[in-house]
Ligand binder design. Structure first.
Ligand SMILES: C[S@@+](CC[C@H](N)C(=O)[O-])C[C@H]1O[C@@H](n2cnc3c(N)ncnc32)[C@H](O)[C@@H]1O
Length: 282
């Protein structure tokens, strides 16, 4: 029987939720006991995001809500979107226990604008998002529809060049093994455990990911009518892509020093929607 990639991915994410809820990597209780606690992901982005007080924020692929709650704590009026009902159950409970004003909507990110409406000041989507999206062009159109005039996209994720490497090599060499240029078809993976590093097995290990080269991501954003305002390649990552990456003990990982100049591990892209004074072609 042929597997449906999206259905496999949904089952896979549903089965990761209980593992992540119990994981020190997400540390859910910390959001409840410390009213100022931010996820490591949002803490790293806070300076670039600036003051979010009163901003309407759409958080795409929000998972169990740790970043969504953190955006609310930066002052945002935030709504998280995810296709996993189990993740959203946890996210809603987390927001209530943490006293954070955040809403959550269950929808496929491919239909984000229909689910969330329009007029957002910020679309925020980070750390493990791009690979689950079949078409970056269609995704960027959704983002453009969500944004108010002058609204901003903030995207941060693993660098596609890093994802071409074989992370299982015992000699820890950086060897290109997977194609950099995607062919539109997803790669099938079967991982018994999740990226949090916990030993617990996930019950639906099969998932599919689409590889999108940087040029495809950037061009999709430009073709959707957004103006690129910031693009950086970085040497940190929020999970251990390879077991020999070094951690700072606060959820940040880097390749060993001698490998850092060889390949970027992450990129951040910011872009803005036309504000009405900018006319297409003029
Ligand atoms: C790695 S997590 C998001 C990362 C977030 N930074 C975090 O760690 O909490 C990826 C999320 O994408 C969601 N997802 C995957 N495919 C999706 C789709 N087609 N539509 C909506 N959500 C999707 C999954 O359910 C999961 O919650």
């Amino acid at each position: 029987m042929t597997e449906d990639p999206l259905a496999s991915n949904l089952a896979n994410w549903e089965s990761r939720v209980p593992v992540h809820v119990a994981s020190d990597a997400y540390d859910l209780d910390r959001f409840v006991t410390d009213p100022h606690h931010l996820s490591g992901v949002v803490r790293d982005d806070a300076a670039a995001l600036g003051d979010l007080t009163g901003s309407r924020v759409a958080h795409l692929q929000c998972h169990i809500g740790t970043d969504t709650v953190s955006l609310a704590r930066l002052g945002a009026e935030v709504v998280g979107l995810d296709f996993s009902p189990s993740a959203l159950l946890v996210a809603r409970d987390l927001a209530a226990r943490a006293g954070a004003d955040a809403r959550f909507i269950e929808a496929d990110v491919r239909h984000a604008a229909a689910a969330l409406g329009t007029g957002y000041d910020l679309v925020y989507t980070t750390v493990g998002v791009v690979g689950w999206v079949p078409s970056m062009a269609a995704w960027a159109d959704q983002v453009a529809s969500l944004l108010a005039p002058g609204g901003r996209l903030y995207l941060r994720d693993a660098h596609p060049m890093l994802l071409t490497l074989d992370e299982t090599r015992e000699d820890q060499r950086l060897v290109v093994t997977h194609p950099y240029f995607g062919d539109g078809r997803p790669q099938r993976w079967e991982d018994e455990t999740s990226y949090t590093g916990d030993a617990s097995a996930i019950s639906s290990p099969v998932h599919y990911e689409w590889h999108h080269p940087l040029s495809e991501i950037v061009q999709a954003v430009l073709d959707a009518g957004l103006r690129l305002t910031r693009f950086v390649e970085q040497d940190t990552l929020d999970w251990a892509f390879a077991p020999w990456m070094e951690t700072d003990g606060h959820g940040r990982y880097r390749l060993p020093e001698h490998q850092r100049p060889l390949v970027p591990t992450q990129f951040t892209l910011e872009a803005v929607a036309p504000d009405g004074s900018e006319r297409a072609g003029g």
